[in-house]
Design a protein around this ligand. Structure first.
Ligand code: ADP
Ligand code: MG
Length: 273
């Protein structure tokens, strides 16, 4: 996979790229608990179209829960989440919608998600995993769906594996297909939850490269939880550091990585190297 220029390191390029862009995701005062345990404790986060945010933080800090709330895979007690200006999972009066309507809305509002464990349809080929949902969910014609799919398979370096079933692909190849599938409908925001943590170390690089490439080429808003610091520094515009369900520090990736100011961030970063 050819390497496009890195996007995260040049503040001027970043500012030019994001200037005037719409707000893709707006989280305000988000609170969520499991039983007596508060897992997200007042999260405020705004992400613009084209902006790549890396979500860092120790295990159990609430990264997955935040991403799952944004995708409305989880409910919450307090706060609002808007994607592309729409409040997902509630009607105009703030009442919860049925799961079915929520799923339809998720597709139309445009949240794509990539999980640790690939989650491809096991009985479908790589091509059908990507093109199928474009037809069934997005309503594209077979011609348009196949064209978009061919283009993506080309760009993730898997055109030659289009007819392979997931079990005949490596973990890295499966995750590349999962990323292409999530990117295919051009969602307002792409959420990636530790997309390389289930992979053997030698397969991590190819997956990060595909994420980097599609982030640049598609100009998507992206929120990615990851423990890959170098990748975060290369690709993310902004790092958000979560601890105990609270954003304790955020800022430009280069600044957070080289000169973190909060003691918890300092401790976390030094534990990673
Ligand atoms: P991270 O992704 O940063 O590791 P999580 O969002 O998975 O953190 O978890 C945050 C906290 O919520 C942890 O204490 C975890 O044990 C708890 N938690 C996550 N999912 C559930 C669940 N389905 N039921 C109960 N507790 C949960
Ligand atoms: Mg997690």
């Amino acid at each position: 996979v050819p390497k496009p220029a890195s996007v995260g390191r040049d503040p001027a390029a970043r500012a030019a790229r994001l200037a005037g862009n719409n707000i893709a995701v707006e989280v305000k005062g988000l609170r969520k608990s499991y039983g007596a345990q508060t897992v997200l404790d007042g999260i405020d986060l705004t992400v613009r179209a084209g902006e790549v945010v890396a979500l860092l933080g120790p295990s159990g800090s609430g990264k997955s829960t935040l991403l799952r709330c944004i995708n409305r895979l989880e409910g919450w007690e307090d706060g609002t989440i808007r994607v592309g200006g729409q409040s997902l999972g509630t009607d105009e009066n703030g009442r919860p919608l049925s799961p079915r309507l929520t799923a339809q809305m998720r597709a139309s509002v445009g949240v794509g998600m990539v999980f640790q464990q690939f989650n491809l349809f096991g009985h479908l080929t790589a091509r059908e995993n990507i093109a199928g949902p474009l037809r069934w969910v997005q309503g594209l014609s077979r011609f348009d769906a196949d064209r978009r799919c061919r283009d993506l398979l080309e760009r993730i370096g898997l055109a030659h594996r289009a007819d392979a079933l997931p079990r005949h692909l490596s973990g890295g190849q499966q995750q590349r297909v999962a990323i292409a599938r999530a990117v295919a409908p051009a969602p307002t925001v792409l959420l990636l939850d530790e997309p390389t943590s289930a992979l053997d170390p030698e397969l991590v690089g190819e997956v990060l490269e595909v994420i980097r490439r599609l982030a640049v080429e598609e100009g998507l808003a992206m929120i990615i939880s990851t423990h890959q610091l170098r990748f975060a520094g290369d690709v993310a515009d902004r790092i958000v550091f979560l601890s105990g369900g609270v954003i304790v520090e955020e800022g430009p990736a280069a600044q957070i990585l080289s000169a973190p100011s909060h003691p918890l961030t300092v401790r976390f970063l030094s534990s990673m190297t």
